[in-house]
Design a protein around this ligand. Structure first.
Ligand code: TZP
Ligand code: MG
Length: 213
């Protein structure tokens, strides 16, 4: 997939805990109304059956808005709910293997945590790279380092794949991260935990559009 075929700019990565007891599907719907154009279901606590049920419910809502659903890590779930794609990290199944097993048109996202991964075979087979994390975040603590803006610039200079930045992103830093070379921003808590998720998404989206001008 070439960059022009990855038109997404604001990517919501869900986290049940970050929704603070509120309904994840309603929060996601509000976020879509605010400008989210890609959604990843990231689910660490459910068994596969529960994960599939949740994915199907989320997809039913997202289909009404023509917003694609990406599944974190689990290819069985991605297949079962006819997701648009899958997102994997370095300790998950490799994009090389997934590409062989799943028809070509599906999106594969791959998170990179070290510079060498940007030019690896796994990255080569991915449709976009996640720069993970741009800033350290309490939402995911098992990360190696933080890339910062210099890291985003460095990865931009090394590869031409669409780059999705994730980690500690909010409206205050969205402009700078896009200006450093990201194509899309992925956000968990700044949207899922916001008192008004639609408004939070809208504010970040405005910063993204400002950086793209
Ligand atoms: N991968 C790298 S950082 C992260 C994930 C899933 C969590 C980002 O969460 P937040 O709340 O947007 O910082
Ligand atoms: Mg993973």
């Amino acid at each position: 997939m070439r960059q022009q075929e990855f038109p997404y700019r604001l990517y919501l990565v869900t986290d049940e805990k970050a929704c603070l007891g509120r309904d994840l599907i309603k929060i996601t719907e509000a976020a879509v109304k605010g400008g989210v154009d890609l959604v990843q279901l990231r689910e660490k606590d459910l068994d596969e059956k529960g994960f599939i049920e949740k994915a199907l419910r989320l997809k039913q809502m997202l289909d009404r808005y023509h917003v694609p659903l990406i599944i974190n890590d689990n290819l069985n779930v991605a297949k079962a709910c006819h997701a648009a794609g899958i997102h994997v990290g370095n300790s998950d199944r490799s994009p090389v293997e997934i590409r062989r097993e799943w028809p070509e048109h599906h999106v594969i996202g791959y998170s990179i945590e070290e510079e060498s991964q940007a030019t690896s075979a796994a990255a080569h087979h991915a449709d976009y790279l996640g720069i993970s994390p741009v800033y350290a975040t309490p939402t995911k603590t098992d990360t190696i380092t933080e890339w910062g803006l210099d890291g985003v610039r460095k990865i931009r200079s090394l590869c031409s794949k669409p780059l999705v930045a994730i980690g500690g992103i909010k409206s205050d830093n969205a402009f700078a991260i896009m200006s450093a070379g990201a194509d899309c921003l992925a956000v968990v808590s700044a949207i899922c935990s916001a008192p008004d998720p639609a408004r939070a998404a809208e504010t970040i989206r405005m910063e993204i559009e400002r950086a793209l001008k």
